[in-house]
Ligand binder design. Sequence first.
Ligand SMILES: *Cc1c(COP(=O)(O)O)cnc(C)c1O
Length: 359
Amino acid sequence: MIPRVTATVDLSALTHNLGIVRKLAPRSRVMAAVKADAYGHGAVPVSRALEQAGVDALAVACLEEAMSLRQARIQAPIALLEGVISGEEAAQAVYEQLQIVVHDHWQIELLERLPDSARLTLWFKLDSGMHRLGFPLADVPRLREVLARHPLWRFAGWITHLACADEPDNPFTREQISRFEAALEGVPGPRSIANSAGLIAWPQTRVDWVRPGLMLYGCSPLPQVSAAALGLRPAMRLESRIIAVREYAAGEGIGYGLSFRCPERMRIGVVAIGYADGMHRAFGNGTPVMVRGRRAYLAGRVSMDMITVDLREVPDAAVGDPVLLWGEGLPAEEIAGWAGTLSYELFCGLTQRVRFRYR
Ligand SMILES: *Cc1c(COP(=O)(O)O)cnc(C)c1O
């Protein structure tokens, strides 16, 4: 049986992209973000590849994600970016030797009530201006007292997160960095600031630890800079096939609402992928796909299981031809723009109907 929609993940591209991170930040340790099923690429195979490539740590959102990695015998240090939400979770995190990113005082109380917290490893997350998670910077002295009270706790370091790192002209990033550094002046412990955009666009964020996510999957986090210009290779190729080709006269409408009108006699291909596979319904007429190495363009609405494409640029296209939705030569970042979103969301939106293959 030929799968309808396949996402082929090239694990060597991930390793290559990790190499780009290492080149940019040679003195930093690397914590790779593999949350959300490794941005939809498959957390276990991706983590295994990164672990083999010598990544220093992995980062997930929550305990469940970490547990599935531990069950797959991933041994690398794993950080829980949102920390823990109950005493039970805290106990399990300690048992599995997970690193807990602590962002609030109630979490400290949970940890202090653990019967055995001796092997606990924690980060403290500081809010330097994004105002999502993190302690106010003024809490640093109190947090140092917490550490002093618990000499057996292992302190991994201080984390902050940047709100505008993907905007190279936005001075707020510099502001966040200087607030963070000022609050930690003379305070011991490793620092971590950068996500992908930070580590590419703001060299001063390449401190003790960097935390790339998106760029490891081969996408550029910066709207003005392509992944290719950064030397990144896309890790995923999403493909389906043409299942019908028909010719219509000028003026005929295509698909739901007839939202595309043929401007001339032309061929339309039907491709077996729809929003039930993760093609956003917001993709409009003109969104590119690739057939036989050339671009064809979405013509008509995305439906649940199918899309229709204008084949005028690919006159030899035929039933059975593979169709590339994104991947090498058709960056997911560019495609995402056609749905008013980011490649992050395209990847995370793939559904269980998509067959994954690893190379
Ligand atoms: C997801 C995440 C990252 C990685 O972000 P990218 O933009 O994908 O590089 C880094 N740090 C934190 C706290 C995150 O939640």
